[in-house]
Design a protein around this ligand. Sequence first.
Ligand SMILES: CC(C)(COP(=O)(O)OP(=O)(O)OC[C@H]1O[C@@H](n2cnc3c(N)ncnc32)[C@H](O)[C@@H]1OP(=O)(O)O)[C@@H](O)C(=O)NCCC(=O)NCCS
Length: 302
Amino acid sequence: MTREPAIRRATTEDVEVCHDVMWRSVTDFGRRNGTPLEGTASDWWASGERLQRFLATHAAEWWVAEEPDAGTIIGYGRSIERGGLFELTEFFVLPKSQSRGIGKALIERVFPVGRGDIRSIIATTDVRGLSRYYAAGTVARFPMLTLTGTPADARPGDDLKARRLSADSEADLDAQREIERSILDFAREDSEIRWLLEDREGYLYVRDDMAVGFAFVGQHGVGPIAAVDPVDLPGILLHVEGRACELGIERLEFQLPAPNEVATRHLLGRGFRLDPWVNLLMSDRPFGRFDRVIGFGPPVFL
Ligand SMILES: CC(C)(COP(=O)(O)OP(=O)(O)OC[C@H]1O[C@@H](n2cnc3c(N)ncnc32)[C@H](O)[C@@H]1OP(=O)(O)O)[C@@H](O)C(=O)NCCC(=O)NCCS
């Protein structure tokens, strides 16, 4: 008789093993999908440890599946909830244990139906995952594109001023939050912005003393980025690219909602290339104005 895997809540002790499960599961999917991914598990850990620890301590739900006898972790799921936006951040089962119902047992705990004002997922195109996400009440809304390139020296025109966002300035944090809330129907808390600013430079873009956009850029990723009016996206992106070039960042990756045509055309025009790996934004209802947003990268949450 085959015994069922045990499902239990994760603890911060599980953070590295879960990362390993994610790497094995997602690189296997990449190979099967004809879109292989680069880097070893330790390469990914070196650049992603900070994010993994953030997710571990800020998870709304985090559960693991274990082999009944050996007790080894063979799958996990995790979600995060901020200001009514409930997002599934990770959902991975080891290749040899897939399609046995482990994902079902995990997602019911990690992303329970009915929880969250807006329910959202940045999903791979794995069909097992997609069928589970439809069962969880979400629908594919649009593709999430990755545009990658080497940043070149660039600067925006004179009318848009880039001002460094300070974690010590309530006015700066308020301005960022107001823009985010007006565009996405939710806003990150100040603590998350402070966490972002420890590792990324944050900028507010100002015209006539009015903040009209924001961006975050650093060695370990770019985003989130947003503009009150999409017309300002090219200027913001030129500043981000120029700053990345000055910081010596060799590879810049943007997570672009496909409806953001202004940013997509701008980046393609700058020589950025579309990654063949395309994700999907799934949600239980339409929300946000994604024609003026670039998500957090890497693509675990918005
Ligand atoms: C996505 C993943 C976590 C799901 O876990 P799992 O244990 O394999 O999933 P389950 O066995 O619980 O469920 C798979 C479901 O897909 C269904 N399914 C499989 N192929 C399908 C297809 N072609 N069309 C429709 N449904 C399909 C199965 O019937 C099953 O649903 P059911 O239980 O209602 O019959 C796992 O497959 C995985 O790690 N995939 C690779 C990594 C990845 O892309 N993760 C998603 C990150 S967003």
